[in-house]
Design a binder for this molecule. Sequence first.
Ligand code: TXA
Ligand code: MG
Length: 343
Amino acid sequence: MAAAREAVEEAGKILQDGGLVAFPTETVYGLGGDALNPESSRKIYAAKGRPSDNPLIVHICRWEDMSLIVREIPETAKKLGKAFWPGPITMILEKSDRVPRETTGGLSTVAVRMPSDPTALSLIRAAGGYVAAPSANASGRPSPTLAKHVEEDLGGRIEMILDGGQACIGLESTIVDLTEEIPTILRPGYITKEMLEEVLGKVEIDGAILPEGCKTAPKAPGMKYRHYAPKAELTIISGEEEAVVKRINALLKEAEKKGLRSGVIATDATAGRYGATFVKSAGSREREEETARELYRILREFDDEAVDVIYSEAFEESGIGQAVMNRLLKAAGHRMEMAGGAV
Ligand code: TXA
Ligand code: MG
């Protein structure tokens, strides 16, 4: 679903005048401001309640527009652009003087992405070509995948929200740092390491985003923040399906004895097997992309329902499943146990 043309034109004017507009992208909703206007970037940080050392992604709609904002375009960027843009991947490159430090959180590099969502592309064009946009959530909440999530978090604090329906991917873009000798993934997403390696050859993953790396400082400043933590205590249970169902049901009984409200993140195949008031299916276990699309909505719903504890099944780490588990582990503060034994 694309937003109406008049609405996009109006939104473009708001951005040109230094205002803020939330808009759909294929990953999550973004909170846009003019990337070349330092005042707009300041407003973005204020509206989200986000620390101003956490840089913003600059969204473009034409490959030619890259040259104004980066110092040089390496071969790796050309290859990635050709393979995956417009699409859910963000490249980190050395910035030019045209990009204000307010936009890059004081860094000398800039994050650039060309989204594929048609509303996003028309808006960027209408705004003059450069739209700085973090995810359009209040700092500390899950990224919005529906316009109503943006309304809940930022309604009344920004000039306009463009509604483009549900974001079709549901998790933020893959971020790849191209300023290093070997391209490095700073945040996993829909475009996986394997997909990148097919185009670039060797690719590394920033140690800080691996499960065992939570103590090293991540290179994407945003990944260092505790990020979203649900109001409830979230625990992930991994293992064989039968063992997981049994263990979660045992945990639910314990929670009930303590008088706690509990929730479960299940899959289509298991959702009917849990004795909790709030059981939500993250889709079919065979289709990780369904889980990616529904995850943030589910976590927001649990917050609204004020549950005390959430138990989630673990998901396969293949394809976008890797990004799903990355976000789920963060939300759980890395609390994960193996059904039938400790991890
Ligand atoms: O899918 C997405 O990327 C969405 C949509 C709206 O495009 N945007 C998004 O932006 O997720 P945000 O601000 O929520 O996350 C951007 C991440 C942060 O972790 C930030 O620290 C990192 O990108 N980042 C931005 N510029 C960077 C830079 N120059 N060097 C390293 N990390 C950077
Ligand atoms: Mg974000």
